[in-house]
Design a protein. Structure first.
Lengths: 531, 315
């Protein structure tokens, strides 16, 4: 009996020890080898709007606040301090004050102070002149009236109106704090930050190299000695090199669901995650160009789209269907499935929608014998072209005869900005899953990325109203209604919400990706290698 | 000989002049310019900054003046400034030349070292199973796109050896270094090798039937002596011609091979520069490639003399 009890006690002890075993101890050192998809236009995060710049250079910088890397969803509740140690909001919610971390130094040895925060936001809001070439997110900061400092370690954002989302935008990868004493030109080629890794080298079309910042303010971090991004534009080569163990991690969201399946079949131990990339395929209709200035034609075009077919063909059914805001459960603000069914063109009965589209076109004098001819412009890369081919096929169902015009990337963006197109198929990302970001960046009258020249002053009032709302549920209801109006107006019909895959070898530890944005979580200060 | 060389060098200058005009005009015909591309992809902050780049690049000047500025700078060793990389063009091009040069030279070496001997064997062994096998081999070389071949090679390496011979600045082992240099060279040189083999074969077959070859045999020379001393030397003229022509084609193949094997050389960089309409970069890179091709063809012409003593230029 006593022997049995002894064995039982031993088993219990072992079980307890197993359950209480500490997490694997982090190892210091090693070079994280990451694949990169193309040559970033520059190293300056504030001047670019692409993951090609954001992911490799985010580790050079810090933000005032950041999304908790352990939280899977980027949202207000997940915002934690970074260069700020704390923040407080005035009673009228119009003054946001940050206490800043003491003893932080830029990579060139100069001290970080509140003046750096002020000059960064003076620059991006356009309040002061800067020699930045581009400022793609100026609209994000529409509500900032002024930024003031009080000593070296206190900075205050003065707002025109309350804006709960401001903290969310400050936490995104696209909102690093820049040093006042470094020129914009240098930030494009040799960025200086306060982050866990120092910039070492950016060889055009070849590689980007970062090295551990030994003076990083976070004790014991980062674990890695260096991060090296190798630019591999050919996707097949990239996948083969990953499988051969030449790289530890792929650039985020770059692998299609089919490729992820293939990689995992070839290397079963490979860790992969397919997640929303917060990019959308959307139909651009230039409402300034006849006959597309007629809302009825735009509506008929929207009704022709079979979104499920796009998802099935482009991504084995993995791409999501939704409006402007990312669909749940990954997205915070997207329509519920029940709500989506009530939006015209989103119902399950595609044929019914198309019949409605045909009726509109017949009223306008079109029909099977008199199709409306048009050119569908798009960027000359596979993802865009594939979607355009499907779109042209769908448009036929409402008596529209499309012809693809594939444009070089360089020409494509220039034409969009100049609105020198009639109909286009576009893919576009947003840095943060937040209505302020989405609406103000893409749908306000005259905003830089409002490629369709959509302008609805009444709706814009609602943009502002939702922006001020503190009650999450009430705000979400309003966001749903705004999103419905955007789709009904054919502002920029959303065709699919892309999903992209990221793969890494099991030796990469501490990597946590967000489910609702590919643009954050790339500080790499908690990542280590178990080799 | 000297007067011939002088004539050829003058012709080289005229050829390069023609190429410079062609590339200059073609770049301006293609829609879009670098200033638009740099600024239009996102919110433009300052039109003055854009205008400054337009002025710095001379894009607001007339085409003849722009051309004169470029050629004037080129003759003084000033290749201009890249507004994409924000570095002088020379600093970007120079480190890439040895990478592409090594690959091109190795590919040409591979093509000649495999194409000529295999062509000779195929001719000497005409209508045997070996000849058929080699002809099949050469046909596959001519018909396989180098992009596809490169990927097949990479897949085979990953599958059978668990490694991949793509570019690495610091290869871990000697064999990794050999594979990194040799495999892409073989992939890009395969097509040229097949062409050289077929040409060597047909040229050899023609020469082997000549009277002087029969005479050499009847003198009692060994078969190897007949084949290599008498036949091959005379069969090499068309082969040398095609090597010159292939150098130009090789650059086309290099663009693909540098992409597949991820080699950061001149050819891949040129494609990226075109994408950005990086005029100074594209113009100077194309001129560099044109210079290499013209020089190789001059060398080929001079080689004729050494291979066939009957050829004397300028007489």
């Amino acid at each position: 009996m006593s022997a049995l009890l002894g064995r039982l006690a031993l088993a219990c002890l072992l079980a307890v020890l197993c359950l209480a075993a500490p997490a694997q101890a982090q190892k210091q050192g090693g070079v994280l080898r990451v694949t990169h998809r193309d040559n970033p236009p520059s190293a300056s995060i504030l001047e670019e709007a692409t993951i090609s710049t954001d992911m490799p250079f985010m580790a050079v910088f810090n933000n005032l606040v950041v999304f908790d890397p352990n939280a899977r969803q980027n949202r207000l509740e997940a915002v934690v301090p970074e260069l700020a140690t704390s923040w407080s909001l005035s009673d009228d919610d119009r003054t946001l004050t940050f206490q800043l971390r003491d003893g932080v130094r830029w990579h060139d040895g100069k001290p970080f102070t509140s003046a750096d925060v002020k000059c960064t936001w003076d620059m991006v809001t356009g309040h002061t002149a800067s020699n930045m070439r581009k400022n793609p997110r100026k609209t994000w900061w529409f509500n900032i009236k002024d930024v003031t400092t009080d000593g070296d370690h206190t900075v205050t954002f003065h707002l025109n109106d309350p804006q709960p989302s401001l903290l969310v935008m400050l936490a995104g990868g696209f909102s690093p704090v820049y040093p006042c004493h470094v020129t914009a030109a240098q930030m494009r080629t040799h960025p200086i930050g306060t982050g866990p890794f120092k910039f070492v080298e950016f060889k055009q079309n070849e590689l980007i190299r970062l090295a551990r910042n030994p003076d990083y303010w976070k004790p014991g971090r980062p674990y890695l000695d260096a991060i090296e991004y190798t630019i591999i534009p050919n996707r097949s080569t990239m996948v083969l090199a990953l499988e051969a163990g030449k790289f530890d991690l792929t650039i985020t969201g770059e692998l299609t669901p089919e490729l992820v399946k293939d990689v995992q079949a070839q290397v079963p131990q490979m860790q992969c995650l397919v997640q929303p990339s917060n990019t959308q395929g959307n139909l651009l209709v230039n409402r300034e160009k006849p006959p597309f200035d007629d809302a009825r034609i735009r509506r008929a075009m929207g009704l022709s789209i079979d979104r499920k077919a796009f998802s099935d063909i482009l991504s084995l059914g993995v791409d999501k269907i939704g409006g402007a805001m990312l669909a749940p459960p990954e997205g915070i603000w997207g329509w519920s499935p029940e709500f989506m069914q009530t939006v015209p063109g989103y119902g399950a009965d595609v044929e019914k929608s198309r019949e409605e589209g045909r009726r509109i076109m017949r009223e306008l004098g079109y029909g099977p014998d008199k199709m409306l001819p048009l050119k569908v412009s798009t960027r000359n890369i596979p993802d865009y072209r594939d979607a355009t081919v499907i779109l042209i096929d769908h448009l036929k169902s409402v008596y529209i005869q499309g012809e693809m015009e594939a444009l070089d990337s360089a020409v494509w963006y220039a034409r969009l900005v100049r609105k020198d197109y009639s109909v286009g198929m576009n893919v576009q990302g947003t840095g943060i899953d937040d209505p302020d970001v989405m609406f103000f960046e893409n749908y306000t009258c005259g905003s830089e990325r409002n490629y369709t020249a959509y302008c609805n002053p009444e709706l814009e009032k609602l943009f502002h109203r939702q922006s001020m709302m503190k009650d999450f549920e009430a705000r979400r209801q309003l966001v749903w209604e705004i999103d419905r109006t955007l789709q009904e107006d054919g502002a920029r019909p959303i065709v699919y919400q892309s999903q992209g895959g990221t793969c890494w070898w099991p030796q990469v530890k501490g990597l946590k990706l967000a489910v609702n944005s590919i643009y954050n979580h790339w500080r790499f200060d908690d990542v280590w290698l178990d080799r | 000989m000297l007067s011939y060389l002088i004539r050829r060098l003058l012709l080289m200058v005229f050829t390069l002049f023609g190429v410079s005009i062609a590339i200059f005009l073609l770049l301006r015909i293609v829609p879009g310019n670098i200033a638009d591309i740099l600024f239009d992809s996102a919110g433009m902050i300052d039109p003055a900054e854009k205008q400054k780049i337009v002025s710095d690049l001379g894009l607001d000047l007339s085409l003849p003046v722009q051309y004169a500025h470029w050629i004037g700078g080129l003759l003084h060793g000033d290749l201009g400034y890249s507004y994409v990389s924000e570095k002088p063009v020379l600093d970007e091009i120079l480190p890439r030349i040895p990478i592409t040069g090594r690959l091109a030279a190795l590919a040409l070496l591979f093509a000649v070292c495999t194409g000529v001997p295999l062509g000779v064997i195929s001719a000497v062994q005409q209508n045997t199973w070996l000849d058929y096998a080699l002809r099949l081999f050469s046909l596959s070389g001519l018909s396989m796109p180098s992009f596809w071949l490169g990927l097949l090679i990479l897949m085979a390496f990953v599958h059978y050896f668990g490694t991949i011979p793509i570019y690495d600045r610091a290869p871990a082992t000697f064999w990794a270094w050999v594979a990194m240099l040799g495999v892409p060279a073989a992939a890009v040189g395969f097509r040229s090798s097949a062409l050289i083999m077929r040409l060597t074969r047909s040229s050899m077959l023609e020469v082997l039937r000549q009277d002087y070859v029969r005479t050499a045999r009847s003198k009692g020379l060994s078969e190897a002596g007949v084949t290599f001393d008498h036949a091959l030397r005379n069969a090499m003229l068309p082969v040398i011609t095609v090597i010159g022509v292939e150098t130009a084609f090789l650059f086309g193949g290099l663009i693909v091979t540098e992409t597949v094997f991820n080699i950061p050389g001149v050819a891949r960089f040129l494609v990226e520069a075109i994408r950005w309409r990086d005029y100074p970069m594209v113009q100077n890179l194309v001129m560099f490639i044109a210079f290499v091709v013209v020089t190789v063809n001059l060398i080929v012409d001079i080689l004729y003399m050494f291979v066939d003593p009957r050829i004397r230029y300028g007489q």
